[in-house]
Design a protein around this ligand. Sequence first.
Ligand code: ATP
Length: 219
Amino acid sequence: MKKEFAVIGLGRFGGSIVRELIKQGANVLAIDKDAERADDFMDIATQVAIADTTDEAVLKSLGVRNFDHVIVAIGENIQSSILTTIMLKEIGVDKITVKAQNDYHAKVLTKIGADKVVHPERDMGIRIAHNALSNNVLDYLELSDEYSIMEIQATKKLGGYSLTELDIRAKFGLNIVAIRRGGEIIVSPQADFSIDHEDILVLIGSDKDISRFEKRIIN
Ligand code: ATP
């Protein structure tokens, strides 16, 4: 059966979620209190509703409780985002993901029971900063306050060495979890795996260790 999603707030963030979910074959109810915004999704979403989601009765009448996953993509209006999340919790929605505008907003959302809190602008800022610091850092993904995943281009500095020779785990506390070579992905490469300068390494570790590695090895 197709998964049922509801996306509340159809700005750039919520709008791109709706488009991608539809592209991936899901059913999506797209909701915005602004009629013009909602209208833009008439031909895109499975269903569209013009509604203020801070009103519990409105949420109930839309049957939002029956959806597998509700995504709250209201950013700027923090009060509306918090109130909507409380209402969704109260009516018993299974899974709620909410976009946070800042750290205080995120804290409140977690306290009131959001299952997942995302910070798209902050996360994209961090990723771009790491890429700007070193052209060899292709991507950077925060896993928690302390741990991240980084994708780096091996370059000539690391090319030709085996994982044992580089010994990144002992020297930097980082684990190479995968290597991308052309279209292929080698998951958990063995110790004797020899790195090519064009390989892309996927590393996992603490932010402190990643930063040490970035400064010493890849700049
Ligand atoms: P983005 O950064 O994603 O482009 P934005 O800056 O355009 O977002 P936001 O203020 O983050 O706009 O809000 C996203 C959408 O959420 C807007 O279209 C707005 O009308 C809608 N929205 C705000 N409050 C509510 C609410 N209480 N109920 C339903 N929709 C709402």
